[in-house]
Write a protein that binds this ligand. Structure first.
Ligand SMILES: Cc1cc2nc3c(=O)[nH]c(=O)nc-3n(C[C@H](O)[C@H](O)[C@H](O)COP(=O)(O)OP(=O)(O)OC[C@H]3O[C@@H](n4cnc5c(N)ncnc54)[C@H](O)[C@@H]3O)c2cc1C
Length: 551
């Protein structure tokens, strides 16, 4: 009998996890098709002249042990300080040893010089990031809001410093508005404005949430469904933020508290030495060494069905334009639902297509700036040439930049000359085809420089170089036909060998861990013979994943 084949559209976290799990646990041959020249999808890391840049910063944090172990198996946790640990006084939890299980003996032998047949779990000393590259760093999380030339903590909490910066009268009004809303909550929390007001009060919502959220989505908060807010600030409220701040003051036992904390309040996270892309490039190396296929510049452009099952896909070479039909036994899709349904043969019925076509997205653009130094002019303080933040929310009016990433603080190894340069990413939430999307790169770089000067964070003469990265469909939007998504789900449920996984694949605001879990659960189902896909859709609905709850 010939070997079964799975075609996987997309070499992002979900697609690569599916391929890895298939190769490890089944006899199915995975063929990953990636339309671009980059591994990692939205979680890729772009290397610009030795300076590495992410699409947004990607924290590696998960409440799923299965995912955390998976990550540490690919890139083990650090056992020694990183290049900047001592000078920045970072408190890091080192581990003594790594337990590593390679996908196959061939990879272990070729890449890590281990003796043959050593893909079984093996203990070895935890890596030193100054010597080895395959290492996961632990990094402190600092992210603040820049508003009216002052920094405020993110997530926002009302502390004495915050009250001073906002003004005591204003803070009193914020407190009153919170108490009022607590006493008279809005009953209908369908949309984001009501969701935030009920948790933070109307005045704090207007100060810190409204403008930024509208920048992200490009529509008023009253039109965005609350699900997005719910996933972003899971379980967080003003009351909890204050309790958290007090607890932090009273205790330094980070580890015990970490598990109990809300996602938005995590104060440390993991991050690969060379950014998230390194995780996915390493996974790809293992896949290739162990018999999997990853075809770059290969766009899936047709999905063919017969007798209620997918039997083949058309794979198109994005460089030559040549295409071929490849037979398959399973098809995994991480591509936008909209695209998948548009390329299915025969075409799904009208109602399903209408919902798929009505899904909307928000696109993302990063301007990378290499600087000699920062020049952050905080109210009442001397200009600062450096900041501790991983990222900063820009709440200042009159500029379109939404967030600033400081890659030196994600990992010192992201920057080629970290001692003499600062490498930042200015994030713009845009629409594909809109004015910023079509703007020439040099003009975007110019816009970034002038906006950063305007909000008093840099000086033009300190700019050394710049680059631009565009990421279409970075955010599946909870507007448009999103509420009718169950129609799509029902349709897919009837096709046993078609799996929608990942972020755009399921049109859900999934982080890497959620995206990976959907892939893992899909493979679990194949292995166990489970035919329904309910467990995939349960991922990221609440904090515990149902499969794990049971075990
Ligand atoms: C700004 C931002 C910040 C984020 N921060 C974090 C974070 O801190 N932590 C975290 O865990 N997650 C974070 N995420 C989420 C994370 O990026 C996603 O969960 C993850 O990348 C989704 O993986 P995926 O494989 O489902 O999809 P994607 O990463 O979107 O990958 C899909 C791949 O499919 C390819 N593709 C599409 N169509 C086709 C086709 N027809 N044929 C072949 N290939 C195709 C694409 O080119 C892409 O490479 C962030 C996302 C954004 C936008």
């Amino acid at each position: 009998m010939s070997q079964k084949i799975a075609i996987i559209a997309g070499a992002g976290p979900a697609g690569l996890t599916a391929a890895y799990e298939l190769l490890k646990r089944t006899d199915i041959h995975p063929i990953v098709c990636e339309s671009t020249d980059a591994i990692g999808g939205i979680a890729q890391t772009y290397n610009y002249k030795g300076n590495r840049i992410d699409i947004g910063g990607h924290r590696f944090f998960s409440k799923s042990d299965r995912v955390m172990k998976w990550w540490f198996n690919i890139l083990p946790r650090q056992g020694k300080p990183a290049a900047d640990t001592v000078e920045k006084n970072h408190e890091i939890e080192y581990v003594a040893e790594a337990i590593v299980e390679y996908l196959c003996p061939a990879y272990a032998k070729a890449s890590v010089g281990m003796p043959e047949c050593s893909s079984a779990p093996a203990k070895r000393p935890a890596p030193d990031p100054e010597i080895e590259d395959d290492v996961m760093l632990q990094r402190p999380r600092v992210s603040r809001i820049f508003y009216r030339k002052s920094f405020f903590p993110y997530p926002i909490g009302i502390t004495l410093t915050v009250a001073k910066r906002l003004g005591f009268f204003n803070t009193a009004l914020i407190g009153c508005s919170y108490i009022w809303r607590h006493a008279f909550p809005l009953k209908d929390e369908t949309y984001l404005d009501a969701f935030y007001k009920n948790r933070f009060g109307d005045r704090l919502y207007r100060t810190f949430f409204e403008a930024y959220t509208e920048k992200v989505w490009g529509v008023p908060c009253g039109q965005i469904r609350a699900d997005w807010g719910a996933q972003r600030v899971k379980g967080l409220s003003l009351k909890r933020a204050v309790i958290h701040a007090v607890k932090d003051l009273l205790s330094s036992d980070f580890k015990k508290q970490q598990e109990q904390r809300e996602t938005s309040l995590i104060t440390r996270f993991f991050y690969p030495k060379f950014g998230p892309g390194q995780m996915w490039e390493t996974v790809t190396k293992q896949l290739l060494a162990c018999g999997g296929e990853v075809r770059m510049h290969t766009r899936v452009s047709g999905v063919h069905m017969k007798d209620g099952k997918v039997f083949a896909a058309t794979l198109e070479n994005a460089v030559t334009g040549e295409s071929e039909q490849v037979a398959c036994d399973y098809f995994f899709s991480t591509m936008p639902i909209k695209h998948l349904f548009g390329m299915m043969h025969p075409r799904p019925d009208g109602r399903v297509l209408e919902v798929a076509e009505g899904l909307q997205y928000r696109d993302f653009l990063t301007v990378g700036l290499l600087l000699k130094k920062l020049h952050v002019q905080e109210k009442g303080k001397k200009p600062q040439s450096d900041v501790p933040d991983n990222w900063i929310y820009i709440q200042e009016g009159g500029v379109r930049v939404g967030r600033v990433q400081v890659f030196n603080n994600w990992s010192p190894y992201m920057v080629s000359d970290r001692k003499n340069t600062i490498w930042i990413g200015l994030e713009y939430f845009v629409n594909e085809g809109g004015d910023l999307w079509i703007m020439e790169d040099k003009n975007l770089i110019e816009l970034g420089i002038s906006e950063m000067e305007k909000i008093a964070m840099i000086k033009r003469e300190d700019v050394i170089d710049g680059c631009v990265l565009r990421m279409p469909k970075a955010y599946p939007a909870y507007i448009g036909s999103y509420t009718q998504l169950p129609v799509v789900r029902e349709y897919v449920e009837k096709i046993p060998n078609l799996f929608l996984i990942g972020r755009n694949g399921m049109h859900r605001y999934n982080n890497q861990d959620h995206s990976m879990l959907t892939a893992m659960f899909a493979v679990d189902n194949i292995v166990s013979g489970r035919t329904d896909k309910a467990n995939l859709w349960e991922v990221n609905l609440d904090d515990e994943y149902h499969e794990e709850k049971k075990s």
